[in-house]
Ligand binder design. Structure first.
Ligand SMILES: C[S@@+](CC[C@H](N)C(=O)[O-])C[C@H]1O[C@@H](n2cnc3c(N)ncnc32)[C@H](O)[C@@H]1O
Length: 129
């Protein structure tokens, strides 16, 4: 929604038809649904097919097997924004990134901002142009 409200063309993915339907309704209310391609997709099967993107956002979903494909999907000069749960300052668990996980996974990108603590982690990086 945030990206579409700022004029970007968005491909939005979640495995839950309920989540996708709620997002579609919200987008319609804000008159940006025409800028968003909604897709019910199981990310256990990898990223859905699509062109390279200027910005890839992964918010509160962890699947380390996708990390290489996420980097690959970004155009030269493009950006990656990831935020999720962390074991640092939080409990261990498969939904939580370990210490330094995002920095290591996305070491091919230039770090713009990153952090981990209080049970959360985030990374924003740029691919070389
Ligand atoms: C913590 S919620 C975050 C939702 C949303 N990204 C946000 O930040 O508000 C985790 C989301 O991951 C989705 N999810 C879980 N397993 C998935 C999978 N295998 N493929 C795609 N989405 C999945 C869930 O349906 C849920 O909407």
């Amino acid at each position: 929604m945030w990206l579409a409200l700022r004029g970007m063309e968005v491909h939005a993915v979640d495995i839950s038809p309920v989540a996708i339907e709620l997002a579609r309704r919200l987008a319609e209310e804000h008159e940006v649904a025409h800028r968003i391609r909604f897709e019910v997709w199981d990310l256990d099967d990898g990223l859905p097919a699509g062109p390279s993107v200027d910005l890839l956002v992964c918010h509160m979903f962890r699947e380390p097997r996708l990390y290489p494909a996420m980097v690959e999907r970004i155009v030269p000069g493009g950006a990656l924004a990831v935020a999720g749960l962390s074991e640092i300052g939080g409990e261990p668990g498969s939904f939580r990134a370990g210490r330094g996980e995002l920095r290591q996974a996305f070491s091919a990108l230039r770090v713009v901002a990153e952090g981990e603590g209080n049970g959360v982690t985030w990374f924003f990086g740029r691919k070389a142009a």
